[in-house]
Write a protein that binds this ligand. Structure first.
Ligand SMILES: [Zn+2]
Length: 348
């Protein structure tokens, strides 16, 4: 993985590699910040830089260690990535030694092994908030004393779900969002075509990962449907029918999880729209807003009506995390967008 991919966070990782060269890198780091800004990519870049035979420095990409890493077969890197593995939770069996987990090898077993040739061993824990309390408790001792030349990086966009005891044993590294131009660059590199890239970059609000999910999830069409319902051009039933069948890459292990993933995507987009309307109503120049002229149009609705829609969308979005049925959540989202009958004349 080349460090050139690391838009926006290059200096931060460079600083950590410098600390490693000076022998003062903390052994447990907590990368936290908004979803989709590149925290895990930064963690992986740091790991590659430690494991590279010419490191600690940005990985050379050509030594034996770098080639093994690129092939996904480096013995001194251990990754738990529940999201990609399609698991909702990181169970305790995955953390403690002798765990015998159906999900794969355990972190404890990995750390019990010796490093090849006395180099670094690195553990990356993506979405660390997916660890339940027992998993986090099983990790405490390791976080305190991981051993010589061992680095643990916990990555999360939900630091509020980690136990204080977990957080206090790590050095916190905060990540922010990226500049719009950097988000555009990421989309270009990922092959998103130019016409589609511009609105995607703006909707993503500094999180290129979010822009890429939007691209996969057909966000453009979803927002068109949201607008049609808002303006009363189509009925909720028609919009719901299309949202349930909308082509796009939605993820879920079961049909119910897949529907929730559709609901999450639509509610996030609708919330982005309504939040922009609040910003426009507060006097932000629409040129600065992702939903520009549309946000200005919505800002003309009575404040109470905007707030009610926002509250209903937020409540439905929270219920996605409570595992409620996706179809009902989509219906609630559409109902919130349409608003009560008496509001609608005000939009014209
Ligand atoms: Zn190398």
């Amino acid at each position: 993985m080349s460090s050139a991919e690391l838009l926006g966070h290059r200096e931060l990782v460079e600083g950590l590699l410098r600390a490693a060269r000076a022998g003062r890198l903390a052994h447990a780091l907590l990368f936290h910040g908004p979803e989709g800004v590149g925290k895990f990519l930064a963690a992986h870049t740091l790991a590659a830089g430690l494991l590279c035979e010419r490191g600690p420095a940005f990985a050379c990409g050509s030594c034996g260690a770098c080639r093994q890493l690129a092939a996904g077969s480096h013995a001194d890197l251990f990754v738990i990535d529940a999201q990609t593995e399609g698991e909702d939770a990181i169970l305790v069996e995955r953390v403690r030694a002798g765990g015998d987990s159906a999900q794969g090898a355990s972190l404890g077993d990995f750390l019990a092994l010796r490093a090849r040739e006395g180099g670094w061993r690195v553990v990356l824990l993506r979405d660390a908030h997916r660890m339940n309390a027992s998993s986090q408790n099983a990790l405490l001792k390791t976080l305190e004393e991981p051993g010589e030349r061992v680095l643990l990086v916990l990555e999360t966009s939900r630091i509020d779900r980690l136990l204080p005891t977990t957080i206090s044993r790590c050095v916190r590294v905060a990540f922010g969002t990226l500049e719009l131009e950097d988000v555009r660059t990421v989309l270009r590199r990922k092959g998103v075509d130019l016409a589609a890239a511009e609105p995607l970059a703006r909707w993503a609000q500094g999180a290129p990962g979010r822009a890429l999910s939007h691209a996969r999830e057909n966000a453009g069409r979803q927002l068109e449907l949201a607008w049609s319902v808002l303006r009363g051009e189509i009925g909720r039933a028609q919009a719901l029918e299309e949202l349930l069948e909308l082509p796009g890459e939605f993820h879920g292990e079961t049909p119910a999880a897949l529907l929730r993933s559709r609901a999450r995507s639509f509610l996030d987009l609708a919330l982005g729209l309504l939040l922009d309307a609040e910003r426009a109503a507060a006097g932000v120049d629409p040129v600065q807003l992702a939903h520009g002229a549309g946000a200005a149009e919505l800002a003309r609705l009575p404040a109470a009506s905007r707030e009610r829609r926002l509250a209903e969308l937020r409540s439905a979005r929270q219920d996605v995390e409570r595992n409620l049925a996706g179809e009902g959540l989509l219906e609630r989202g559409l109902l919130a967008l349409r608003g009560p009958r008496r509001d609608r004349s005000a939009q014209r």
